[in-house]
Design a protein around this ligand. Structure first.
Ligand code: SF4
Length: 319
């Protein structure tokens, strides 16, 4: 089926039916056992149905076509694994899965963008990419950029890396708010976050209805057809980011091989990784113990990150 032909009612009904069927297969029909679980099951249907409908609209108003969903890369997968070569000659092999890859063929090559589905609100922060805290998307993009994907002809050109939030948001408003207005507001709330290539024509191909701020991608086109306030990067900047993240992965790989097991969690503002970590009882990190300290990271503005990355590449590439 083509995403471009899907209709809202069909999406909502079909997805709800599929969710019902899948839930019925759960042992003990768990999500039917109490009012609370029934509510969760209903919510699941709404979120999944809404998400499918919004994805259909995103694809419907762009020239990009999904090349594949849940594409694995690894030894036995469709895409080859990501290989990081260490100075010692050893290799780190990374496996994983990309939620969705979209492509658009042009005379210059094939533009590729990566979409990652998130159930929570995932903000894209360039500063976090710089610090090595958000390196998944650029690593995937790098792998496709370098090795291509499937039978894509010609060079691969990165078009973007984006997070799509799976949700069915509640919209505040009066009873009189019309459906069209509510739908537009939902679209805005489910706008993808991330980084796109700073190319006005390409952005128009990602959102053919763009008028000022896009409702679906983090980009704006001004009245004079220049790029407005957007989360965008030039090809050279994508290149700098990819090199930087590769150097982080190489360094981490070398530290693993060298047997480095120092306990140095980061702290950025009030955020620490320990809050969600299952290994607390094993590592026993405790700032009251001598030598147990956080590695303090500072948030940086986007322009500062680009300046630092530019300075790094000016010094001859990988750190
Ligand atoms: S709990 Fe321990 S292992 Fe987990 S992030 Fe914190 S320091 Fe690292």
């Amino acid at each position: 089926m083509s995403w471009r032909k899907l209709e809202k009612e069909w999406c909502l009904q079909t997805v709800a039916q599929l969710v019902e069927e899948l839930l019925a297969e759960l042992p003990g029909n768990a999500l039917n056992s109490s009012k609370r679980y029934k509510y969760i099951a209903e919510r699941l249907k709404k979120v999944a149905g809404r998400s499918v409908w919004v994805i259909a609209q995103h694809i419907g108003r762009s020239k990009f076509e999904p090349l594949g969903h849940e594409l694995g890369f690894g030894a036995n997968d469709k895409l080859p694994p990501i290989t990081i070569e260490l100075k010692s000659g050893e290799k780190i092999i990374l496996n994983g899965r990309i939620d969705r890859i979209d492509t658009m063929k042009t005379g210059e090559g094939t533009y590729v963008r990566i979409i990652d589905y998130k159930s929570g609100s995932k903000k894209f922060k360039l500063s976090d990419v710089y610090h090595g805290l958000q390196i998944q998307l650029i690593t995937y993009l790098d792998a496709l950029w370098e090795k291509g994907v499937g039978d894509i002809e010609g060079p691969v050109i990165p078009a973007g890396m984006l997070y799509f939030k799976l949700d069915d948001p509640m919209i505040r408003g009066s009873r009189e708010s019309d459906t069209e207005k509510i739908e537009k507001e939902i679209m805005k709330q489910l706008k993808m976050k991330g980084l796109v290539l700073s190319n006005v024509e390409l952005i128009k191909n990602m959102d053919e209805l763009i008028d000022g701020d896009s409702d679906i991608i983090p980009a704006r086109i001004n009245k004079d057809q220049t790029l407005g306030r957007s989360s965008a990067a030039s090809l050279e900047q994508f290149e700098q980011l990819r090199r930087h993240v590769k150097s982080i992965l190489t360094k981490l790989g070398e530290e693993i091989i060298d047997g480095s097991i120092s306990i140095t969690p980061y702290k950025k503002n009030k955020a620490i990784p320990c809050s969600y970590c299952n290994y607390m009882s094993i590592c026993q990190f405790d700032t009251r113990l001598k030598g147990n300290k956080y590695r303090s990271l500072q948030d940086k503005k986007d322009n500062e990150v680009w300046e630092m990355l530019g300075a790094d590449s000016g010094q001859g590439g990988d750190k």
